[in-house]
Design a protein around this ligand. Structure first.
Ligand SMILES: O=C(O)C(=O)CO
Length: 279
């Protein structure tokens, strides 16, 4: 057990952002990793030019890393937006336009996990109307993911940093997962267990792990406070990841932390070089 038994993937939307997008996959490879994940990289373009998609695919392939996770279009991340799929009007339309583009792009790189961020509450809109729209859009996303052999992930964010997001507890996110699976019958909606967000919400992490590991499709980590590398805060991340493993989760663990005021490649000193290259 320990970090050496985990399969880590580097989030290139929060790490290596000091580099242009197309240089980040090679930088992750140079740091010893073989797997990367991304938020939707084109925050203003749910349907980017074909040439942009092709260039990113090429950069990932040339670096010799695999893409293990991709967020659907989610607006401006990490804020002010927190997703698009529950936001009526233009944002929902953008999400819908993106669904097949993101699923096909993921598929072209063998990526089998697509994260669908819920979005903020909108002043003056009935929350029930937003939740109904969200379910419709999550069903579309789950069907598109299923078409390419992928899962659709539903993530709980944290209330202090996302005060308008309604999905700020594991229980609430898993409730949405269950609703999507009940609506599609596909069983490919899964919980994204982000230990940083859940700890910011004050959740009992061992309890959450025991309760929901079997419905978890992806895990992400950062330390708390600060959303930095493991060891920069007070979360017992190595132990918590052991618990996740013991509870039956064997998938990827996304490094979704901020490097701090140092280049990203210097932020992996907590992880033995031999433990980075999991495939
Ligand atoms: O917006 C965030 O903080 C996320 O974790 C997105 O995946």
């Amino acid at each position: 057990m320990g970090y050496s038994d985990q399969r880590f993937t580097v989030n290139l939307s929060i790490l290596f952002t000091e580099l242009p997008l197309l240089e980040r996959p090679a930088a992750a490879a140079a740091a010893g990793f073989r797997a990367v994940e991304l938020w939707w990289p084109w925050v203003d373009a749910p349907v980017p030019e074909r040439s942009e998609l092709d260039a990113l695919k090429q950069a990932i392939e040339d670096a010799g890393v695999r893409l293990t996770g991709l967020n659907f279009y989610a607006g401006q991340l990490p804020g002010p937006d927190r997703g698009a799929l529950s936001v009526p009007g233009e944002e929902s339309e953008k999400f819908r336009a993106n669904v097949d583009v993101a699923a096909d792009f993921a598929h072209s790189l063998g990526c089998t996990a697509l994260n669908a961020l819920y979005g903020n509450r909108v002043d003056g809109v009935d929350p029930a109307v937003q939740d109904e729209l969200a379910l419709e859009n999550l069903v579309l996303a789950a069907r598109a993911a299923d078409r390419v052999g992928a899962v659709v992930l539903v993530e709980a964010l944290n209330a202090p940093e996302s005060p308008k997001c309604p999905l700020v507890s594991a229980e609430k996110a898993v409730e949405v997962v269950d609703k999507v699976n009940a609506a599609t019958g596909l069983g490919n909606a899964r919980f994204l267990m982000d230990l940083y967000h859940l700890s910011m919400n004050g959740e009992d992490l061992p309890r959450v792990i025991a309760a929901y590991a079997d419905r978890t499709g992806h895990v992400q980590i950062a330390d708390n406070p600060g959303r930095g590398a493991p060891g920069t805060g007070s979360l017992p991340l190595e132990d918590l990841l052991d618990q996740v493993r013991e509870a039956g989760y064997e998938g990827w663990v996304g490094l979704e932390y901020k490097p701090g005021d140092r280049p990203s490649h210097e932020s992996f000193d907590w992880l033995p070089a031999g433990a980075r290259a999991a495939r």
